[in-house]
Design a protein around this ligand. Structure first.
Ligand SMILES: Cc1cc2nc3c(=O)[nH]c(=O)nc-3n(C[C@H](O)[C@H](O)[C@H](O)COP(=O)(O)O)c2cc1C
Length: 178
């Protein structure tokens, strides 16, 4: 599938089948993340692969709503995408640290690879990073930035027009004054 078709196909999946994701697919998804570019080639990103009930339960504890549900949208797979700000590049002019950018590029490549493999995904930032640090016993200096959940999506009818209506118009997107 071409990239534009893939980008059009992807949507945030919040209902998953219980079917596990095949190990080859998990490996390919992780590899796509590993290949992602990072600022100054510093590679500050680390990923916790949650492919066991124990790890998935830890991921769900990171947000009260998921803890109540016992899972993040019922997904059988999650990636906690972390970054080390001390390793990430810092822009000298304003001290901008690239850790969240690098972690988000990894997350995006991971997400698109999962989409290409026929999986649904949902990018999750609404979680308590302190709980994630504790639950996954993250070493000092490793910051959880994104959680990407993945799995086989429960079938759902999507209305392309409604989806397009929720996107920003092209003229606005390319106009910084808009
Ligand atoms: C950085 C980022 C953080 C997000 N955090 C959450 C989240 O915490 N919970 C959630 O349900 N969706 C989250 N999303 C998904 C967005 O809500 C979703 O991508 C957006 O509404 C567009 O819908 P679509 O993905 O179906 O095209 C996040 C997406 C991004 C890119």
């Amino acid at each position: 599938m071409g990239f534009m078709d893939l980008a059009m196909k992807r949507y945030s999946v919040r209902h998953y089948e219980q079917r596990p994701v095949e190990q080859e697919k998990i490996d390919a998804i992780v590899e796509a993340g590993r290949l992602a570019p990072t600022a100054h080639n510093n590679h500050p990103v680390r990923v916790v692969v949650c492919d066991t009930p124990e790890r998935l339960a830890k991921a769900a504890l990171c947000e009260p709503r998921f803890e109540r549900d016992g899972s993040i949208f019922g997904a059988p797979l999650a990636f906690v995408v972390c970054a080390k700000p001390d390793v990430a590049w810092t822009r000298s002019y304003d001290d901008m640290n690239s850790a969240p950018i690098d972690a988000s590029i990894v997350c995006d490549q991971t997400m698109m690879q999962a989409t290409d493999l026929g999986l649904g995904t949902c990018w999750v930032c609404a979680f308590d990073p302190e709980v994630a640090k504790r639950e996954f016993n993250l070493p000092e200096g490793v910051e959880p930035i994104n959680i990407l959940v993945a799995g086989y999506a429960q079938p759902r009818e999507l209305d392309p027009e409604r989806r397009e209506a929720r996107r920003i118009p092209l003229a606005e997107f390319t106009d910084v004054n808009a």
